[in-house]
Design a protein. Structure first.
Length: 249
């Protein structure tokens, strides 16, 4: 009888864990093509939701918060998962992460083609670059500190791109997917945007989890790996990048 009671108790614990709803915190307003809120569908869509939809064993829901507070909530055990690069974590030792979903790349952009041998390090003039307010750009920080590159901050990516074409800055620094999607707006019809040959940043994009969710991490790793090996991950990225009609942020 005692063994039966112990078995039932363990089974109940496992079932409760399986049914536990995990909170996936989203950095507002989200990021195309990975994870963002679609007002027409009244739900979060993108590569990350599609990955999670394919995993029936995970019970989760999305909650929105600021970039800074999202990470803090993970550390404080008030949220369970988030999308971020391990390279950007303030306290990576406090969490675990999946295998990389994709390499998240940012480039310098210009309305004019870059010379084949373009290099900021060899530039003889002080240039300006349109940047996102409060964003930190590690690869450009030394240029900012030495005043060889001057920031021109904007509140969102759309404003940054508009400023570039209005010649408020010489360059623009942006993630490749944001640039592709925003350039689809009617405002930029007929305009050309070029990026430098080499990215200024290339970091792995991961799903970050609280350390106790090792089972969930393994399930996610296996699923992500299968999507990559089958070519489905590339199709998901294309689905939300090249066919998405960009909207005003």
């Amino acid at each position: 009888m005692l063994r039966f009671m112990v078995f039932c108790s363990c089974l109940f614990t496992l079932l409760a864990k399986a049914d536990e709803q995990l909170l996936f915190v989203v950095n507002d307003p989200g990021s195309l093509p990975y994870l963002y809120f679609d007002h027409d569908q009244n739900s979060y869509v993108g590569v990350i939701p599609d990955i999670l939809h394919g995993m029936q064993s995970l019970n989760y829901r999305f909650v929105s918060n600021s970039r800074k507070r999202s990470e803090e909530q993970i550390y404080a055990n008030k949220a369970d998962m988030m999308m971020l690069s391990v390279a950007w974590l303030k306290q990576p030792e406090k969490v675990i992460s999946t295998i990389p979903i994709h390499q998240h790349r940012s480039f310098l952009y210009s309305p004019r083609e870059f010379p084949e041998n373009f290099s900021l390090a060899e530039s003889k003039k002080i240039n300006t670059v349109c940047t996102r307010k409060s964003y930190f750009y590690p690869k450009l920080n030394s240029y900012f500190d030495s005043k060889r590159l001057m920031r021109v901050d904007a509140s969102n990516h759309l404003s940054m791109l508009k400023m570039l074409f209005k010649k408020r800055c010489d360059y623009l620094v942006m993630n490749e997917f944001n640039a592709i999607n925003i350039m689809q707006l009617p405002f930029f019809e007929g305009k050309q945007l070029y990026h430098a040959n080499q990215p200024i940043s290339s970091v792995p994009l991961n799903i970050i989890l609280r350390p106790e969710f090792t089972r969930e991490k393994q399930l996610l790793d296996d699923h992500i790996r299968a999507l990559q090996e089958s070519g489905e991950m590339d199709k998901l990225l294309a689905k939300y990048t090249y066919t998405h009609q960009a909207k005003k942020e």
